[in-house]
Write a protein that binds this ligand. Structure first.
Ligand code: GCU
Length: 601
């Protein structure tokens, strides 16, 4: 009976994965494979009218810029030329690399030429860590496919198209905002466009390990419960799973679909923020090998408690946007280490990565440094709840995010939304996402950053109907900034209707670093400090409070913030300025987290 259930589960996983075949199945953990980077300078063509894609009748043209054409004769008319065009760095957004592109929203064509000596009996994929927002990818003039979503990876097989010399990879990236998209038209972050994350070539044998899930079974400390999936001649293959430091050497045999459940007992040193133990894990089949560094921990809830490895934990957190200390979209291990080190300096054991999946180097760095993670997809404010394409898009982004990060011990929470309006269509939409996430990963907790309302002027109520389907209740509130003055918090009480852990996922206020004055004066550091002091005093009285991630670690660019001399298109709610300076409120939160830590929280 158990064996039948297991086979059904694995088959179902295969089906779920098949569902996203329109973008080819994601290859898990490209960094753990034989990969060639295509990062560096790429030629670009800025194309606001999409002349490289549409003809004057606005019909897709067969001879678009993806053909990378050159005049064959002096008489030939070709009105573009990548090779004498401007260059931009990849990974990197275009807005912060060129002042004339700071506010640019539209299409930019990227082109990279490369040579590649492909070995016999090997296959080749091109892998994108992420590109904002809509990407059409071509190799040597052939369309490979399209990807929608600015913050999740995608890949295409190019085995049959690649040649030894002068391959030209062309990507049309369009970051135009659309009402039906995810996110939709209005957000409070900069719409950084471009090939914002790494691009690489992944060289694998004809049969290779497409993906794997190696994590502890929920609620256990010694039972691995996962799976492995092959691509190629995948049936009846023996896959080895080795964790040398734990004395593990297991083999499993794949079924006709190339899937195999991975179940075994192991004596493991559990991962936690105080002890971020990672194990080298090696998976191999034939001459394909994938290596990874994985931590093992369990995460659950029990009533209002969050249990990490069976013990209650308080999430001392901060929200973080993917904004680099160098300016622009953050990417790569250096930016990740800087931002997480700042969070740890605050006394954090937790970060809310807002409002979209951050670069993989951020979640891997969180594994290394021991920082728990709330990961979110950009279902933000008011998207089109009744639109099936919008749902499919959100679902796909969620699937790609979970697929990429499912082996990261640091990630404990999948968040499906931020500040969405209570309503039946919305709740149905989000319930659909929650169910999908649970079908892909039964080991983590589901949450969302919801809002609260007043039942009377002194009582804030957390009773969003979505809470019923969540494991952890997230709640954003801005008492002292959008809602009254800081001292208003003193007279407020909280009513949380469900017996579940509450995480205050946002609170805060703006301050321009170096602007000083009486604490009653907005935009001063003293005002922001006052907001934090009153907030902390109010929040620590809430019985079911099990965490917080104040808004926000650093100031970040936002097109919604034009106030001259103060905002200048920055949201100034950071505890650290856009130049890395700590504001007074930074030290208020640091002191509070030190106290909690000394109380064993
Ligand atoms: C909102 C929202 C954030 C925004 C913040 C603010 O709650 O979730 O994305 O930046 O408030 O207004 O500063």
């Amino acid at each position: 009976m158990l064996r039948k259930v297991t086979i059904l589960v694995v088959l179902f996983l295969g089906l779920v994965i098949q569902a996203s075949a329109q973008q080819q199945m994601l290859i898990g953990n490209p960094a753990g494979r034989n990969a060639t980077s295509l990062n560096g300078n790429w030629q670009i063509i800025i194309d606001p009218y999409e002349t490289g894609y549409y003809d004057y009748r606005y019909q897709p043209r067969p001879d678009g810029y993806f053909k990378n054409q050159k005049p064959a004769t002096p008489g030939d008319l070709v009105e573009y030329d990548f090779d004498s065009s401007q260059q931009l760095l990849v990974p990197g957004d275009w807005n912060s690399q060129d002042d004339k592109l700071l506010f640019y929203e539209g299409t930019i064509w990227y082109k990279k030429t490369f040579n590649y000596q492909r070995k016999d009996h090997s296959r080749l994929f091109v892998y994108f860590g992420g590109a904002n927002y809509l990407s059409d990818v071509y190799l040597n003039g052939e369309n490979l496919g399209r990807h929608e979503g600015g913050f999740t990876p995608f890949n295409f097989e190019i085995t049959k198209l690649v040649r030894e010399k002068d391959n030209y990879l062309v990507v049309k990236v369009d970051n135009k905002r659309r009402r039906d998209a995810v996110p939709t038209l209005n957000t409070d972050w900069w719409n950084y466009g471009g090939l914002t994350r790494e691009v690489s070539l992944i060289d694998v044998p004809e049969t290779f390990i497409q993906d794997y899930f190696i994590q502890l079974k929920k609620g256990t400390s010694d039972e691995i419960d996962g799976w492995v999936k092959l691509n190629g001649a995948a049936a009846n293959q023996t896959v080895n799973i080795e964790i040398p430091e734990a004395g593990v050497r297991q083999s499993v045999t794949t079924d006709s679909t190339g899937n195999a459940p991975v179940k075994f007992k192991a004596k493991l040193d559990l991962w936690s923020p105080d002890h971020p133990r990672l194990y080298s894990v090696k998976l191999s089949v034939g001459n394909d090998v994938v290596s990874d560094r994985i931590g093992f921990r369990s995460i659950e809830t029990r009533g209002p408690d969050i249990l990490l490895n069976g013990k209650p934990i308080f999430l001392r957190g901060i929200s973080v946007h993917e904004e680099s200390p160098r300016g622009g979209r953050a990417h790569g291990p250096d930016d990740a280490r800087t931002l997480l080190t700042w969070a740890k300096e605050l006394g954090c054991n937790f970060v809310r990565l807002a409002h979209y999946p951050h670069d993989e180097s951020m979640t891997k760095m969180a594994d290394e440094l021991g920082v728990l993670v709330w990961s979110e997809i950009p279902v933000y404010w008011t998207i089109l709840w009744d639109n099936p394409e919008t749902f499919e898009n959100a679902r796909n982004q969620l699937g790609e995010s979970i697929s990429r990060d499912k082996n990261r011990a640091a990630i404990i929470l999948w968040s499906v939304a931020n500040e969405t309006p209570v309503g039946d269509a919305r709740t149905k939409f989000l319930k659909g996402l929650i169910d999908y996430a649970r079908s892909l990963d039964s080991t983590r907790l589901l949450t969302a950053a919801n809002e609260r309302h007043y039942s009377d002027p002194q009582t804030q109520v957390v009773d969003d109907p979505l809470g019923e389907y969540l494991d952890v209740l997230g709640c954003n509130e801005y008492v002292g900034w959008y809602d009254g003055l800081p001292a208003k918090a003193d007279g407020l009480t909280w009513k949380v209707t469900l017996n579940k852990p509450l995480v205050i996922s946002e609170f805060g206020g703006d301050a321009l670093f170096g602007r000083h004055g009486d604490k009653s004066v907005r935009w001063t550091e003293e005002y922001q400090k006052d907001v934090y002091e009153h907030q902390i005093a109010m929040l620590r009285k809430i019985p079911s409070l099990r965490g917080m991630s104040p808004w926000i670690l650093t100031d970040f660019r936002s097109p919604r913030r034009p106030l001259p001399g103060i905002q200048d298109f920055y949201n100034r709610k950071g505890l650290i300025s856009s130049r890395g300076e700590r504001k007074q409120a930074f030290f208020v939160l640091q002191k509070f987290y030190k106290e909690l830590n000394s109380e064993g929280k």
